[in-house]
Design a protein around this ligand. Structure first.
Ligand code: ZN
Ligand code: ZN
Length: 636
C-alpha cells in the first residue's frame, strides 16, 4: 500500500485511539481497504469510521474485528438461532474476514432486513454481519454463484488482495488525457463495448455479444485490433445483465484477464444465469462454445458488486459510481470521475426514462459530466401511444384472441420484460380490466424471476410499498410456472384459452419454440412481441413478415413451418427509452454535456436522434461513432 495513504489512515486512527494503537492489520479487499481492530469500541463505531475515512482519503474502508475480540463460533450460532427463531436460514462463518453471512429464506420478498437490529448483533458479537435473502423458489444459479464465490475461501481473498494492489498502486504517469474507442455497439445494437483510456489506466465499459450476428467475427467486440489489451486492462464495468452487454466477458478470462469486474448486486447472479444458459444451449445444438463453465466460475470470483451511489476507486485515477438506469433490475448508468474530477464520462448503458411497473426512471442528475454516451435503440421510432395506451392495447389483443378461442404466445427476454409483463397482467386482472385467463410462464424467466425476488431494494419505491402490503406479487395465483417437461406437455396439449410467456425473447432458442411450433399453424392464435427484436433473429424475421420459417426440432433437425397465427407487436413495454424519452432525457440531464455520443442503435436510429440532439443540446459536439472509431475527449 502506498505510504502516503497508509500514513493518512494511521494518523486518523491515532486520533481515535488517543495515541494508542487501534489497528492490528491493514489489508486490501478489492476496491476497499480493510482495517482490523482489537478494540471493541472502535469496531462498534465502524460505520461512522468508514464514512469519515471515505471523506478524508476518498477511498472505501471496512472496519473488521481482530480475531481476539470475536465471540466464539458457538455463541454466534446460539445468538443467531434465538434472534431468527421461526425463520429458515443458513449460516456461513468466515474466520478469515470475521464475517457472518446469514441467508434468510422467505416467501415474502420484503421481509425487511432491520439494519439497526443487525448492527446490534454486530456490536454484541464483534463479527461483521452480511444478511442476504434466499428466493422462495430454488434457484440453481444462486447456489452456483455462492459456490463459485465462497467455495474457495482463501483463493477469493487472494483475488481481492491482488485487485486491491492494482487499484491502490502509485500512479506512474501523470497528465490529463482521456481517449475512448468503440470496440462494439457503434451504429449497431449488440456487442456493446467501449474502451476508456487515460495515460494511467484502461477500463472497458461493457463487453457484449451480438445475438443476431451470422459470422462469429461479427459476434464479439473487436478485441482483435488491440492484442495487448487483455493484459493491459485495469477493470471492466458491466452496466446490466443482458448478453449484448456482458456476453463476451468470459472470453476475456479465457484469454487471461485476471482483473476486477464491477456490476450491481442483481447483475451478478443474473449474468451467471445467462452464461450457464448459453453454454447449455450451445451444448444442445452441438456447437462449440467460445468459452467454458470454468471461465464463468473465474469471472464470478473476480466480480465486485456495488450498490447505486457508492463511489469506488477502480484504478489509481478513475472512480466509478453507478446510478439507476430504469432498464432492468440492477441496470446502471456508469459515471467515471477521472483524475480528481478533471474529466467526467457518463455512459447510460441501456436506459428507460419513464417509471415502469417495477423500476423508477433513469437518473438524470450527476455531480459532474463533460461527455455523455447514450444508447439510441429507438432513436428513429416514436412510440405512437403512451404506456397506459400500451397496457390497454395488450388487454385488447388478449381479449380478442381468447374470445376467438385462441392462445396468446408472448416471447419474452428472461430478464426484464418477463417480469414487467407479469406485473402488467397482474394489474389488469386486479383492476378487472381484463377477464382472468390462465397465464403460463416457461423457461429461464422462472429462475430469473426467483433472482429478482432477492433484490427488492432495487425495485421502485412504489412497488416495494405495494409488496409490503400485499406480499410477493411475483408469486401471485394468476401465474402458473411451468417447471417440468410433463407440465409443458400438458400446456402444449391444452386448447384452453391462455397466455403463454416463454423465453427466449427473440425466438433464438428456449421453450418459446416448442409453443410456437404447436401454435403457429392456427390463425386464431396470436404471437405478440413486446421487446426489441435484433436484426438477424427469428423474431425479427417473423415481425418483418416472413411466414415460411425453419425451426430446429427436438432431434436437432431443421423443420419447415408456415406461420398462420396472427403476429402483433406492442412497443410501449420496452425497457429502452422511446424516441420521445431519449429527447426528454437530453433536455433534463444535468449538468449539460460538452460531448454527446450515440451508440447502441441501428444507423438510421442513431442518425435520426443525433440530428435532433443538435437542437436539444445546443453547443454540444455530437458524435455517432462507428466501431473502431476513437475519440480524444481532451482535445489535442
Ligand atoms: Zn439491455
Ligand atoms: Zn442492450
Amino acid at each position: 500500500m502506498f505510504s502516503a495513504l497508509r500514513d493518512e489512515i494511521f494518523r486518523y486512527l491515532a486520533s481515535l485511539g488517543n495515541g494508542q494503537r487501534v489497528a492490528t492489520k491493514l489489508d486490501f479487499e478489492g476496491p476497499r481497504i480493510a482495517i482490523y481492530t482489537d478494540r471493541p469500541e472502535i469496531f462498534a463505531d465502524r460505520n461512522r469510521i468508514a464514512r469519515e475515512l471515505v471523506n478524508l482519503i476518498k477511498k472505501r474502508v471496512i472496519v473488521r474485528p481482530d480475531p481476539s475480540i470475536r465471540a466464539p463460533r458457538e455463541e454466534v450460532e446460539r445468538v443467531v438461532a434465538e434472534a431468527f427463531a421461526g425463520h429458515q436460514y443458513t449460516l456461513r462463518i468466515d474466520e478469515e474476514l470475521g464475517e457472518v453471512v446469514l441467508t434468510i429464506k422467505t416467501r415474502d420478498v420484503v421481509v425487511p432486513i432491520d439494519e439497526a437490529f443487525v448492527s446490534e448483533l454486530e456490536r454484541r458479537l464483534n463479527w461483521v454481519f452480511v444478511v442476504n435473502r434466499e428466493p422462495p423458489m430454488t434457484s440453481t444459479t444462486v447456489e452456483k454463484v455462492r459456490r463459485y464465490i465462497y467455495g474457495t475461501g482463501p483463493e477469493r481473498l487472494e483475488v481481492l488482495r491482488s485487485i486491491g494492489e492494482r487499484i491502490f498502486r502509485d500512479r506512474v504517469l501523470q497528465g490529463n488525457e482521456v481517449r475512448i474507442t468503440f470496440l462494439g455497439g457503434g451504429m449497431q445494437v449488440g456487442r456493446s463495448c467501449i474502451l476508456v483510456e487515460t495515460k494511467e489506466s484502461k477500463v472497458l465499459l461493457d463487453a457484449g455479444i451480438n445475438a443476431g450476428a451470422s459470422k462469429i467475427s461479427d459476434a464479439f467486440p473487436r478485441f482483435d485490433v488491440r492484442p495487448e489489451l487483455i493484459e493491459e486492462l485495469d477493470a471492466v464495468v458491466i452496466t446490466h445483465s443482458h448478453m449484448d452487454h456482458h456476453g463476451a466477458l468470459p472470453l476475456l478470462f479465457k484469454y487471461g484477464y485476471r482483473g476486477p469486474v464491477y456490476m450491481t448486486e442483481p447483475t451478478l447472479p443474473l449474468m451467471i444465469m445467462e452464461h450457464l444458459d448459453y453454454l447449455n444451449l450451445m451444448g444442445k445444438e452441438g456447437e462449440l462454445a467460445p468459452y467454458s463453465e470454468n471461465d464463468v466460475r473465474v469471472l464470478a470470483q473476480y466480480t465486485t458488486t456495488l450498490r447505486y451511489g457508492v463511489v469506488t476507486n477502480i484504478t489509481p485515477d478513475i472512480r466509478l459510481t453507478f446510478y439507476n438506469a430504469g432498464h432492468i433490475i440492477g441496470s446502471a448508468i456508469a459515471h467515471l470521475h477521472i483524475d480528481e474530477g478533471f474529466y467526467n464520462v457518463v455512459y447510460t448503458g441501456d436506459f428507460k426514462y419513464e417509471e415502469t411497473e417495477m423500476l423508477g426512471p433513469a437518473v438524470t442528475k450527476f455531480p459532474r459530466m463533460e461527455t455523455l454516451i447514450m444508447e439510441s435503440t429507438y432513436g428513429a421510432t416514436p412510440v405512437p401511444y403512451t404506456r397506459e395506451e400500451a397496457v390497454r392495447l395488450l388487454a385488447e389483443h388478449i381479449s380478442r384472441t381468447v374470445e376467438n378461442g385462441g392462445q396468446v404466445l408472448m416471447p419474452v427476454p428472461a430478464v426484464g420484460r418477463a417480469q414487467e409483463v407479469m406485473l402488467v397482467l397482474r394489474r389488469l386482472f386486479e383492476e378487472k380490466r381484463l377477464k382472468e385467463v390462465p397465464i403460463f410462464a416457461d423457461g429461464l424467466l422462472i429462475e430469473s424471476t426467483a433472482i429478482h425476488m432477492m433484490f427488492p431494494e432495487y425495485m421502485s419505491p412504489r412497488l416495494q410499498k405495494e409488496m409490503a402490503e400485499v406480499g410477493n406479487v411475483f408469486l401471485s395465483d394468476y401465474f402458473t410456472l411451468v417447471r417440468s417437461p410433463q407440465q409443458r406437455a400438458e400446456v402444449l396439449e391444452s386448447r384452453e384459452p391462455a397466455v403463454i410467456l416463454a423465453t427466449s425473447g427473440m425466438m433464438e432458442g428456449g421453450p418459446v419454440l416448442s409453443y410456437f411450433r404447436k401454435l403457429c399453424g392456427d390463425e386464431r392464435n396470436l404471437l405478440l412481441f413486446v421487446s426489441y427484436q435484433v436484426e438477424g433473429t427469428l423474431g425479427r424475421k417473423i415481425l418483418k413478415g416472413m411466414r415460411e420459417v425453419q425451426i430446429m426440432n427436438e432431434e436437432g433437425k431443421y423443420e419447415p413451418l408456415t406461420v398462420r397465427m396472427q403476429v402483433e407487436k406492442i412497443d410501449g413495454f420496452s425497457g429502452h427509452s422511446s424516441r420521445q424519452q431519449l429527447i426528454a432525457y437530453m433536455k433534463r440531464v444535468n449538468p449539460k454535456p460538452r460531448n454527446l455520443i450515440f451508440v447502441h442503435g441501428e444507423p438510421e436510429a442513431i442518425s435520426s436522434i443525433a440530428s435532433v440532439a443538435r437542437k436539444v443540446v445546443p453547443g454540444a459536439s455530437i458524435y455517432a461513432p462507428k466501431n473502431l472509431d476513437s475519440l480524444n475527449l481532451t482535445g489535442d
